[in-house]
Design a protein around this ligand. Structure first.
Ligand SMILES: Nc1ncnc2c1ncn2[C@@H]1O[C@H](COP(=O)(O)OP(=O)(O)O)[C@@H](O)[C@H]1O
Ligand SMILES: [Mg+2]
Length: 364
């Protein structure tokens, strides 16, 4: 299945969609390169589906434009856009066999019969279901049905593939399998994938790039590591992975670093955002896995003391919540193999982080 000649760049330009006075998508711009795996990630109700529906052509924006390869597509009906789609439910035709389901988009396009057979078989090979092409959807598992839906969405060599939470109806194990399968497919066919999810792990592990939405707006986009290592706001720092927020007031500023005071004393922070002014309020995000329990001979870095308020064991790690008084509860993730056994509730301990592990974030 070749896509080099059909793939295009998508350019979303200041798109707005209102339902009554409610802005579901609010002045959103985004460029998606040909062949990219782009994930729209955001809480429920943040406008992901509405944006996807505008790309697909099922919802008309109130303003703004969408371009495919520099040509506006906003006036084109969905079928003229040539985009493949996979949605949450399986939405296969229940009375048609797997073969007929996948053949359907080609029949609509009046592709000759011989070619239909060849292309359907190739598409079913891609999702490893050629052996089941005579079955009816109800004779397949949920995962297999979703793979048929994928084959159907790709069989007509679409310009891009739109996927709206396609795995959310599946159980955890099946979802993990299909995540791998989707990534493998994406690498193999080189088609642009625009993938909607509210699952941060799915977004982190599958995407070339993630666009984070909130209240209809695009709040930040970048590669998974960009977003995880350099979130700009408290919202992004806490939505993509977990974060502790240490808040304080800047007490000293030098080249490349600054100090800030908190109810537990003064901490050092490597500047990795805008250089703050003396006296400014700052919020520093620290990932739980970058917090460590500070032992007697350890290099201190920034150190907070507190008591163990909660802990849970996950086999590979212990997750602790340490009550650090006015600084707040601090989540700490400790690799179990080197933690020296289970902590005790109420146990006093010191936890620390390196000045470069903190991430400067804006309150939002
Ligand atoms: N047809 C509609 N009429 C009125 N409100 C809508 C319609 N479609 C979506 N919305 C509202 O727009 C917001 C965004 O919805 P949606 O795009 O489905 O979010 P998401 O996919 O991120 O969960 C929600 O508050 C939803 O209730
Ligand atoms: Mg949705």
């Amino acid at each position: 299945m070749k896509t080099e000649e059909t793939g295009r760049d998508l350019h979303i330009d200041r798109v707005c969609k209102q339902f009554g006075s409610f802005k579901a998508v609010d002045d959103l711009s985004l460029d998606i390169a040909q062949g990219e795996f782009l994930t729209l990630l955001g809480p429920s109700g943040s406008g992901k589906t509405t944006l996807l529906m505008m790309i697909a052509g099922f919802v008309q924006p109130n303003s703004g434009n969408i371009f495919l390869d520099n040509r506006p597509i906003i006036h084109l009906p969905p079928e003229a856009r040539n985009f493949g789609m996979v949605f949450q439910g399986y939405a296969l035709f229940p009375h048609m066999s797997v073969f007929e389901n996948v053949a359907f988009p080609l029949k609509v396009r009046k592709v000759p019969r011989e070619e239909i057979k060849r292309r359907v078989e190739a598409a079913l090979d891609l999702v490893q279901l050629r052996a089941k092409m005579d079955r009816l959807p109800r004779q397949l598992s949920g995962g297999q049905q979703q793979r048929v839906a994928l084959a159907r969405a790709m069989v007509f060599t679409p310009h891009l593939l739109l996927l709206d939470e396609p795995l959310s109806a599946l159980d955890k194990k099946l979802r993990a399998e299909l995540q791998d399968e989707l990534k493998r497919l994406h690498r193999k066919v080189g088609l642009t994938f625009i993938y909607v999810t509210h699952d941060q792990d799915e977004a982190l592990s599958m995407s070339d790039r993630i666009a984070i939405m909130r209240d209809g707006q695009l709040v930040q986009h970048g590669t998974p590591t960009d977003l995880y290592e350099r979130p700009r706001t408290t919202f992004v720092a806490d939505f993509l992975g977990k974060s502790n927020f240490i808040r304080g007031r800047v007490s000293a500023v030098c080249e490349g670093e600054f100090r800030f005071t908190t109810p537990q004393g003064e901490f050092l922070q490597k500047t990795n955002g805008p250089q703050p002014q003396l006296g400014a309020d700052v919020a520093i995000a620290v990932r739980p896995e970058k917090m460590s329990v500070v032992g007697a001979g350890d290099e201190p870095g920034n150190v907070i003391s507190g008591t163990v308020a909660e802990w849970n064991y996950f086999g590979s790690e212990f997750r602790l919540v340490v009550d650090a008084g006015e600084v707040g509860p601090i989540a700490v993730m400790l690799p179990a193999w080197r933690s020296g056994g289970a902590p005790e509730l109420g146990q006093r301990l010191k936890i620390g982080w390196e000045p470069r592990a903190g991430m400067q974030v804006m309150e939002a």
